[in-house]
Design a binder for this molecule. Structure first.
Ligand code: XUL
Ligand code: CO
Length: 438
C-alpha cells in the first residue's frame, strides 16, 4: 500500500492488557471492547492532529525544532508534503487511529497567490482521498489556518481591513471544499487571531458583527456544496491574542445564539483551553453539553505550573474520568471525536515517541471510560446527586420550577418553614469513592 516506510521497526500497535511491559502496546484501549453498548473505537473516534504530529518538529521561541522528520526529503515543499501525507497514513494505520484532522496549510504549502494555493491543496486532497480509500481512515475535521500568515496579524474575519477578510473568505471556501471532497464529518473554526490586544485601537462590536456575518457565509457555502456535517467553534481565552473573542464555552454559546448559528454549529472543547480560562475541562464540556451543543473534543492536557497552552498528551487520569462522565451522560459526541491536539515535548526526539504519546493518551481515555462507566452506575454518587434536588420534585418546589410562584410566595414560604436544615454536599465522600474506583 505504501511505497516507503517512515517508521521502520515499529509494528502495528496491539492491545495486550494492563500487565504488559511492552511500551509499544495498548494496556487499556481495546478498540473492539464494548462499554455501554458501543465499542471503544465508536466511543472515542480518535483522531491524529496533523499539525502537531506531522508538522511540529519542536521549535519554540528560544530555538529551532529538535526532531528530524524522515518525510523532509527534498527542498521542494510539494514533494515533502506528499511524503508527509504517506507517513501520516502509515502512522495512523500502525496506531489503528481511525480519523485525522488538518488545517489547509498542514497538508499543502501556500502558493504565491490564491489560485496556486488552491491548486496545491487540491493535489494533496486528491492524494489523501486515495490513502483514505486504501486504509479506511477518515477525516474527522478540516479547518483553515487563518493565523500564521502575516496578513492575519490583526485577525482574519475580524480584521479591520476588508481586503484581509476577503482573503480569509477565499481560504475558508477552499478548506470547506477540501473537507467536503474528503467526506469530513466536521469543520472547525478555532478563533486564531480573532481577538485584540488594545481596546483603544479596536471596535469590538464591529469586529464581532463581522465574525458573525463571516460564519453565516461559511455555513451557507458549506451547505450549498453538500456539507452535511457539523460546524464547530473551539473556544480559547487567550494566546495568540491577549483577549480572544471565543473566550470560553459560555461566551461562544451567547455568540452562536446572537447570530443564529446554533442549529449548524456546536462546540469543540479543548482541555488546555478550558484550564487557561480558569475552568476545568469537565466544566467546559458540561456547559456545552447542557446547551445540547457538545460537538467534539481536542484531547490534551495543560501544565498546571505555567499560564500558556502546552498541549501535552493527555495522561491525567482524573481529568479524563471527569470528562468521560460528561461525555457518557450526554450520550456521546455524534459526528465528533477525540482529536489529539497534543505535541511531544521538545526533548522527546525518538521516532517512537510519537507512538508512545498517542498510546498513552488513548490508554488514559480508555481507562477513564471504564472507570466513568463504573461511577455512573454507582448509586452512592448518582442517587446522592439526584436526591439533592428532591425538594423540587413535588409541592411548592415543583410549582417554582413550573413558573407558578412569585418572589412574594417565596417570602411567605420561607417565613412559614423557618430556617432550613443544613444538607451536606459530601464532596470528600464522593472523591474517595472516585479514588476507590480507580
Ligand atoms: C490552538 C488550537 C488549534 C485548533 C485548530 O490552540 O487548539 O490547533 O485546534 O485550529
Ligand atoms: Co485545538
Amino acid at each position: 500500500m505504501f511505497t516507503k516506510e517512515y517508521f521502520p521497526g515499529i509494528e502495528p500497535i496491539k492491545y495486550t492488557g494492563p500487565a504488559t511491559e511492552n511500551h509499544l502496546a495498548f494496556r487499556y484501549y481495546d478498540e473492539n471492547y464494548v462499554v455501554d453498548g458501543k465499542t471503544m473505537k465508536e466511543h472515542f473516534r480518535f483522531a491524529m492532529a496533523y499539525w502537531h504530529s506531522m508538522c511540529n518538529a519542536g521549535s519554540d521561541p528560544f530555538g529551532p525544532g529538535t526532531r528530524a522528520f524522515p518525510w523532509d526529503i527534498s527542498n521542494n515543499p510539494m514533494e515533502n508534503s506528499k511524503a508527509k501525507l504517506e507517513a501520516a497514513f502509515e502512522f495512523m494505520s500502525k496506531m489503528s487511529i481511525p480519523f485525522y484532522c488538518f488545517h489547509d496549510r498542514d497538508i499543502a504549502p501556500a502558493g504565491d497567490n490564491i489560485r496556486e494555493s488552491e491548486k496545491n491543496l487540491k493535489e494533496l486532497v486528491d492524494l489523501a482521498g486515495q490513502y483514505q480509500e486504501k486504509t479506511g481512515i477518515r477525516l474527522l475535521w478540516g479547518t483553515a489556518n487563518l493565523f500564521s500568515h502575516p496578513r492575519y496579524m490583526n485577525g482574519a474575519a475580524t480584521n479591520p481591513d476588508f481586503q484581509v477578510v476577503c482573503h480569509a473568505g477565499a481560504q475558508v471556501k477552499a478548506a470547506l471544499e477540501a473537507t467536503v471532497a474528503l467526506g469530513g464529518e466536521n469543520y472547525v473554526f478555532w478563533g486564531g487571531r480573532e481577538g485584540y490586544s488594545f481596546l483603544m485601537n479596536t471596535d469590538m462590536k464591529k469586529e464581532l458583527e463581522h465574525m458573525g456575518r463571516f460564519l453565516q457565509m461559511a455555513r451557507d457555502y458549506g451547505r450549498k456544496i453538500g456539507f452535511e456535517g457539523t460546524f464547530l467553534i473551539e473556544p480559547k481565552p487567550m494566546e495568540p491574542s491577549l483577549h480572544q473573542y471565543d473566550f470560553d464555552a459560555a461566551a461562544v454559546l451567547g455568540f452562536l445564539h446572537k447570530f443564529g448559528l446554533e442549529k449548524d454549529f456546536k462546540l469543540n472543547i479543548e482541555a488546555n483551553h478550558a484550564t487557561l480560562a480558569n475552568h476545568s475541562f469537565a466544566h467546559e464540556l458540561q456547559t456545552a453539553a447542557d446547551a445540547g451543543l457538545l460537538g467534539s473534543i481536542d484531547a490534551n492536557h495543560g501544565e498546571s505550573l505555567n499560564g500558556w497552552d502546552t498541549d501535552n498528551f493527555p495522561t491525567n487520569l482524573y481529568e479524563a474520568i471527569e470528562a468521560m462522565i460528561v461525555v457518557l451522560e450526554t450520550g456521546g459526541l455524534g459526528t465528533g471525536g477525540f482529536n489529539f491536539d497534543a505535541k511531544l515535548r521538545r526533548n522527546s526526539t525518538d521516532l517512537e515517541d510519537l507512538f508512545i504519546g498517542h498510546i498513552a493518551g488513548m490508554d488514559t481515555f480508555a481507562r477513564a471510560l471504564l472507570i466513568a462507566e463504573k461511577l455512573l452506575n454507582d448509586i452512592r454518587i448518582m442517587d446522592f446527586r439526584d436526591n439533592r434536588y428532591l425538594s423540587f420534585k413535588e409541592g411548592k418546589g415543583l410549582a417554582f420550577e413550573n413558573d407558578e410562584l412569585s418572589i412574594e410566595d417565596l417570602t411567605s414560604l420561607a417565613e412559614k418553614a423557618g430556617e432550613p436544615e443544613l444538607q451536606s454536599g459530601k464532596q470528600e465522600l464522593i472523591e474517595s469513592i472516585i479514588n476507590g474506583a480507580i
